[in-house]
Design a protein around this ligand. Structure first.
Ligand code: NDP
Ligand code: 2IT
Length: 451
């Protein structure tokens, strides 16, 4: 790193931290991108002159609002709603909605920032946004979730639209929540548009959208493995999370010949040494999506399984790890355990699940390591395909959508190779994804003048 780059990063980060105090996840996400792209800024001085980096970290708009609702006992609750509209240079704002008790402005901004580059990588015209609330649907009745979603959308609807901002799901927001939010949006606006993605199959949803993030992550992992002449066949895979992304990552990895041995939630993880089968994954889908139960119940159904309360699965020996739960779920100790256990490929399904220290460990051991903004982009890409289908009033077959998804994941992998291959041939997927995404958005911002 040149003296100039080093100084630029230090002064940029100290200003960002002073201006956005306490937003540690946002600082972390910006620093990672900045460290990748700062050398480009030296090479392309017009990006420096145009203050692209300074503009790209400032959301175009942040909306924070009150979400009042009443529980089944008649008690009133007040949650906080957010929508961070980060960047619209290459298309309407696009990004998920997260309902989880931990949601705050820092988490919303880090996710919206990541989304901007991820969406650019998909090759589709989508800007970056994220939204959500510190409301947790866990333990709430359907009626309570519906009242919450209706209250949330009553305010959010003013700020979104098919050519303005198109939300989707994320942690705590699946088909049920999208349905309640879409119903309220349609009622208030009196129009049927594809303003949310992840809709039901009978009312505008795209085939394969539920599967797309997990499947896309496996397609990306396949491309990474192929650079070393490897495949999923016969590999042991460790997965964290038990939600939308984890379920379909597990299903696809298994169908590609891998033995998937773990899943987790915030209470602990299950280890099934025999590996999941179609039947076991169907059971997990029922347990999590219909019964809304906990992953430990798997160990009651399949008694040969071990359940580790309060632990994460990274100590289990594996070839491939797929973190699919949440941010910063792999720290340096976890990374060392994975490397010592023989893991040689880490493909992120979640957003920013690996701490900077853990990334450094993976990269210094030359693991195949992909950041979420590259390997989990299949979800938002298929959301983009859902928008296209809504606009042309058509529904594509699963085969058509899958073909697009394959091509998009392969294009993202190519972009990572183009911008991330180092002198010794090692592919730095972090650098590749950040530089490719950044150059696209930055170029559009320069073209569009000072806005
Ligand atoms: P879900 O709500 O379906 O599942 C989340 C899973 O992660 C649950 O098993 C949950 O366990 C676990 N989890 C959530 N928060 C924590 C936490 N703080 N500590 C430990 N475990 C936790 O969400 P998704 O599967 O949709 O999302 C998972 C990740 O993938 C997120 O990082 C999300 O941003 C990312 N992502 C999602 C996309 C999508 O299309 N859905 C697209 C791209 C990325 P518990 O039940 O205990 O909370
Ligand atoms: O993080 C993500 O990419 C998502 N939660 C999906 C966003 C979307 O608009 O489909």
């Amino acid at each position: 790193m040149s003296k100039f780059t080093e100084k630029y990063i230090a002064s940029f980060m100290s200003e960002l931290e002073a201006k956005n105090p306490g937003e540690k996840e946002f600082h972390q996400a910006v620093r990672e991108v900045l460290e990748s792209v700062a050398p480009c800024l030296e090479a392309y001085p017009h990006l420096l002159d145009n203050k692209i980096m300074e503009r790209i970290v400032e959301p175009e708009r942040v909306i924070i609002f009150r979400v009042p609702w009443m529980d089944d006992e008649g008690e009133i609750h007040i949650n906080r709603g957010f929508r961070v509209q980060m960047n619209s240079a290459i298309g309407p704002y696009k990004g998920g909605i997260r309902f989880h008790a931990s949601v705050n402005l820092s988490i919303m901004k880090f996710l919206a920032f990541e989304q901007t580059f991820k969406n650019a990588l998909t090759t589709l015209p989508m800007g970056g946004a994220k939204g959500g609330s510190d409301f947790s649907p866990r333990g709430r009745s359907d009626a309570e979730v519906m009242r919450f979603c209706q209250s949330f959308m009553t305010e959010l609807q003013r700020h979104i639209g098919p050519d303005t901002d198109v939300p989707a799901g994320d942690i705590g927001v699946g088909g049920r929540e999208i349905g309640y939010m879409f119903g309220q949006y349609k009622r208030l606006r009196d129009e049927w548009t594809g303003t949310l993605t992840g809709k039901g199959q009978n009312w505008g949803g795209s085939l394969l959208r539920p599967e797309a993030t997990g499947y896309g992550a496996c397609y990306f992992a396949q491309a990474m493995l192929a650079t070393r002449g490897e495949t999923f066949e016969g590999k042991t895979v460790v997965i964290s999370g038990a939600g939308n992304v984890a379920q379909y990552a597990a299903q696809k990895a298994m169908r590609l010949g891998a033995k998937v041995v773990t899943m987790s939630d915030s209470d602990g993880y299950i280890y099934d040494a025999d590996g999941f089968t179609e039947e076991k994954i169907d059971y997990i889908m029922w347990l999590k999506n219909a019964k809304r139960g906990r992953i430990r119940e798997y160990a009651q159904k399949y008694p040969q399984t071990q359940y580790f309360a309060g632990e994460r699965p990274w100590g289990v020996k594996c070839d491939i790890a797929m973190p699919c739960a949440t941010q910063n779920e792999i720290d340096a100790d976890d990374a060392r355990k994975l490397v010592e256990g023989g893991c040689f490929c880490v493909t992120e399904g979640a957003n920013m699940p690996t701490t900077p220290e853990a990334i450094a460990i993976f990269q210094s051991h030359k693991l195949l390591y992909s950041p979420g903004k590259a390997s989990n982009a299949g979800g938002v890409a298929t959301s983009g395909l859902e928008m296209t289908q809504n606009s042309i009033r058509q529904k594509w077959t699963a085969e058509e959508v899958d073909r697009y998804l394959h091509r998009i994941m392969s294009d993202i992998h190519d972009a990572c190779i183009k911008y991330g291959t180092e002198e010794d041939g090692y592919i730095n997927y972090v650098k590749g994804a950040n530089v490719a995404g950044f150059l696209k958005v930055a170029g559009a911002m320069v073209d569009q003048g000072l806005v």
